[in-house]
Structures are given as structure tokens and as C-alpha cells.
Design a protein around this ligand. Structure first.
Ligand code: UN1
Length: 495
């Protein structure tokens, strides 16, 4: 597949993607797209130093001015949405509408960040001492190391970068080694925006090309104030303690094992569409994909037969083609992991529909429905593929308890028209996840809400709401405007 025209329109010079030992392939047909060169230890060291120096300047630019840079970047994304969305599809294999949707998600977070650049509000606090006032100020934090995953190769970076930039931080981006091309393209668009902005220091945002060692170098470097990492729980288990060892800050977005409940009163047409999109869409390669489904006993048989029929009709194939709904898995390792999960399910006595490898180029599969009796074993693990474990339930309490009984806690949903059930699901004794939805699947969140999850999902929150606070340092300030020096808590210390 020739990407040279696309890359040139996106402003990426050929030398960045035609020379180097790291081969980049497209999951669409497995062919090679490009070759990139990894940054060595000393280059990464230099980039970290540049990011730190840029931060020392950027932190003094007023936040609404910083917002103006993000506005210009959003304009570049609007102009190049088609090309960048297409490149996302080519590099990671999601449907073209999803590639475009991902760029839209970047535009949305830029808009959000521009508004936020005038709203980095702190509190004023009542002081117990006369003639004193207290307040909280939010200050820029430092440089932010962003480690992103192949499945949302650009949007998740932008959730971090748009907020970090308006907060006065600088960015170092280590994209997945499977998707460096989209990162190079975004970098080029960012540099165009920066060149139109008079007071932007150089090196506000830089890309680091490399593999695991490149991430480790950022993770261990105390000049990187915050590490925001998206990926597997295994990765987070290593990153978290390493950053903690140097008392750095982390924001972790790790695995999910998201569940849905289809209650007796659910709108079954709506539920069916939602389940198909959430479980089979994006070939099950969202961290928010639906992986476990609890269907009420009274509707189980009829719902399952409709679900199987819908699955059988899902067009699997080239994600650039109109009408296709399920694109390829990212690589052979992903296919192997899917088959491993299905084998384990079979050994647990599950009945499997679908799951076959399709075609001879790329890594295409038919999404699988796996009917299980026991909520145990492989069902408790996240497999990044379109595998949906389906179970019956009788009492809503039981279904909620099972839903919550996995180590991960990202996203969840219930399909019901019964307000009591919906509210129970959303209550303190309901879903234990960071995201809980009613009559919507667990995936496809908007940028306005805080995104992230509990337990082994890592606890981080990105994107909307007050997630910006992770990118700033909080300072509690007390000012004495009197001529006396009363001490707090009534302490006496007269000299
Ligand atoms: C991810 O899969 O890492 O909620 C992020 C969603 C998307 C983001 C997913 N907006 O499915």
C-alpha cells in the first residue's frame, strides 16, 4: 500500500518513514507501509531535556494564550481530518468511519481544552485566623510522557496533549511501535499550528520513536513529571511502581473487562445493535469493548438467537470498504491470543459460535459468541479481540455482583426501561466501574466526561470533567494581611 501521497499532504517528509530498522505494516493485508528509525538513548535524553526547557518558558505564557495554540492545532486537524482518519484506518485497521471519528475526538478535545484554558479555577478557602485568606492555585506541572496504544493511536494522545498544553506542560509522546506513522503525521500538524503561533517555544510536543526501552527511559527520568500510560494491566504493573520509586506522578489507563446486563424490560432492538457495536465493533479492540454479557433468563433464548443471527450477518473485511463492519485484528499475536481464549473457553465447557480466521491476508476473524455457565477462568481475563462471553442471570443483584467480580473496572452498562433497575445499577452498590451507562453499550464515550476506571484499570482519569487537574500541581496558599501572627489551632508561641 502506497502512503506517500497521504504522508506528503500531512506534511511528513519521506526520510522519516522510509529509513530505519523498524518495519510498520498494515493489518489490512499485512504488507509493509514504512520503515522508521528508533531514537537512541542519547536522542531521547536530549528530547527530555528540550521538553523540560520548553516547559520553563511555556509555564509563563498565560493559559488563555496557550489555549490559542490548541485552537490552531484543532484547525489543522479539521483541515486534515480526511487524510489523518484514513491513515489511522490504514495503520491500525479500524473502519474508516472510526478512523474519522477518532480525529473528530481529537478536534472535540481541542475545543474542550480551548474553553478550559480560561477555566483553570482554584478555590478560595475560609481561614480560621483573622486577617488571613487562603486559596488554592493550580500551576503547570512539567513535561508529560505519553505512552499510547495501537488501538486509539491518536485520540488518546490528544486527550492528554490538549489538556497538558493548556495547563502549561510540554509533551513527549511514545506511540505504540505498531502505529508510529499516525504519530509522525500528528506531530507534523502540530508543528504547523505552532509555526502560526508567535509565542510558542520550540519543542512543546515531541515524538519518541522506539520500543519498550524508549518508554522505560521516560518512565525512569525525573525530568518527566507525569507519565500517562495507556495499555495492558501488565504494562501498568511495571510502569506504576517504577514511577512511584522516583515519586513521579502516573495516570494509568489499563485493561478493561467490560460487562453489560440485558434486563427483562430492555428495548431488545436497541440492545441488539448496542451489543453488536460494543462487542464486535473495532474488532473488539477497544479498551471499552463489551466482553461479558448477562442476559435475563426470561429473554435469554430469544435474545441469543437474534444475536447469533446478527453476528452471522456482520460483514468482515477491508475496513476501507464501505459497508464492512468488522476489520482485522492488529497482528498475528492478537489472532493467537483470541484462539487461545476460545480454546480455554472450550475446555471450560463453553459453546462457541464464530471465531474463525477469515481470508488469507491480514488477520480477519468472525466475532465470537461464547456461551458459558461458569463466570470463571478465561472469562475473568481481558482478551483484546471480538470474544463475547454470554451468561444467564436471574436476580439483578447477582448479575451486578458477577459483573463486579473481575479484577478490572473500566466500563459497564445495563439495558432496561425499569427506572428502579437503572438507578440501582448506577448507585453506590451498583457498578464498580469508572464508566456506567444505561441503554448504551460500554464503548464510544464522549470526551466531555472523565475517562478511566478502577481496580486493575489503574484509577487514572483523562479527557473531560476535571481530569485536567492531573496535569497541574496544586498549591495551597495562605496570606496574612494583618499585623498580628495568630497561629492555627490556637497554638501559643510568644517570644
Ligand atoms: C481505548 O480503547 O483505549 O470510549 C479508548 C471509547 C473511545 C475511547 C476508547 N472513546 O470507546
Amino acid at each position: 500500500m502506497d502512503i506517500s501521497d497521504l504522508m506528503s499532504r500531512l506534511g511528513v517528509e519521506e526520510r522519516y518513514y522510509t529509513r530505519g530498522p523498524l518495519s510498520v505494516t498494515t493489518p489490512i493485508d499485512g504488507s509493509e507501509l514504512a520503515q522508521v528509525a528508533p531514537d537512541d538513548h542519547s536522542v531521547i535524553d536530549e528530547k527530555i531535556a528540550l521538553a523540560h526547557n520548553a516547559f520553563l518558558e511555556w509555564r509563563s505564557v498565560p493559559a488563555p494564550r496557550r489555549g490559542e495554540l490548541v485552537r490552531l492545532f484543532g484547525d489543522e486537524l479539521r483541515k486534515h481530518k480526511d487524510d489523518l482518519g484514513r491513515l489511522v484506518t490504514i495503520e491500525c485497521g479500524k473502519l474508516l468511519s472510526e478512523g474519522l471519528g477518532e480525529v473528530q475526538e481529537m478536534i472535540d478535545i481541542c475545543d474542550f481544552a480551548v474553553g478550559l484554558s480560561r477555566q483553570l479555577y482554584g478555590l478560595t478557602i475560609a481561614s480560621e485566623r483573622p486577617g488571613h485568606h487562603m486559596r488554592e492555585s493550580w500551576h503547570p506541572l512539567g513535561s508529560v510522557g505519553i505512552i499510547s496504544a495501537f488501538n486509539f493511536p491518536v485520540a488518546v494522545w490528544s486527550w492528554n496533549a490538549a489538556l497538558a498544553l493548556i495547563c502549561g506542560d510540554t509533551c513527549l509522546w511514545k506511540p505504540s511501535e505498531k502505529t508510529p506513522l499516525t504519530a509522525l503525521a500528528v506531530q507534523s500538524l502540530f508543528e504547523r499550528a505552532a509555526s502560526r503561533f508567535a509565542d510558542a517555544p520550540q519543542h512543546l510536543s515531541q515524538v519518541i520513536i522506539g520500543e519498550r526501552a524508549a518508554s522505560e527511559q521516560m518512565v525512569d527520568d525525573p525530568r518527566v513529571a507525569l507519565i500517562s500510560a495507556t495499555g495492558s494491566t501488565r504494562m501498568g504493573r511495571e510502569v506504576g511502581p517504577r514511577v512511584a520509586k522516583r515519586f513521579g506522578r502516573v495516570l494509568l489507563e489499563l485493561g478493561g473487562n467490560n460487562a453489560g446486563i440485558v434486563a427483562p424490560s430492555a428495548d431488545l432492538d436497541l440492545s441488539l445493535r448496542a451489543v453488536c457495536f460494543a462487542a464486535a465493533g473495532t474488532a473488539g479492540q477497544r479498551c471499552t469493548s463489551l466482553r461479558r454479557l448477562f442476559v435475563h433468563e426470561s429473554i435469554y433464548d430469544s435474545f441469543l438467537s437474534r444475536l447469533k443471527a446478527a453476528y452471522a450477518s456482520l460483514p468482515v473485511g477491508d475496513p476501507l470498504q464501505e459497508g464492512v463492519l468488522v476489520g482485522p485484528l492488529i497482528d498475528k499475536a492478537a489472532l493467537d491470543r483470541m484462539h487461545y481464549a476460545l480454546d480455554r473457553a472450550k475446555a471450560q465447557g463453553a459453546a462457541i459460535t464464530g471465531g474463525e480466521h477469515v481470508g488469507d491476508k491480514g488477520w480477519y476473524v468472525r466475532p465470537a459468541i461464547v456461551e458459558v455457565d461458569e463466570h470463571d477462568g478465561i472469562v475473568l481475563e481481558e482478551t483484546f479481540a471480538p470474544v463475547l462471553y454470554v451468561m444467564r442471570y436471574d436476580e439483578l443483584n447477582e448479575a451486578i455482583a458477577l459483573q463486579n467480580s473481575v479484577p478490572q473496572g473500566l466500563s459497564s452498562c445495563i439495558f432496561t426501561r425499569d427506572v428502579l433497575e437503572a438507578e440501582q445499577f448506577l448507585s453506590a452498590t451498583g457498578s464498580d466501574c469508572g464508566i456506567a451507562n444505561v441503554n448504551i453499550g460500554p464503548s464510544g464515550a464522549e470526551i466531555g466526561g472523565a475517562f478511566g476506571g478502577e481496580k486493575e484499570t489503574g484509577g487514572g482519569r483523562e479527557s473531560g470533567s476535571d481530569a485536567w487537574k492531573a496535569y497541574m500541581r496544586r498549591q495551597t496558599q495562605t496570606v496574612n494581611y494583618s499585623t498580628a501572627l495568630p497561629l492555627a489551632q490556637g497554638v501559643k508561641f510568644d517570644i
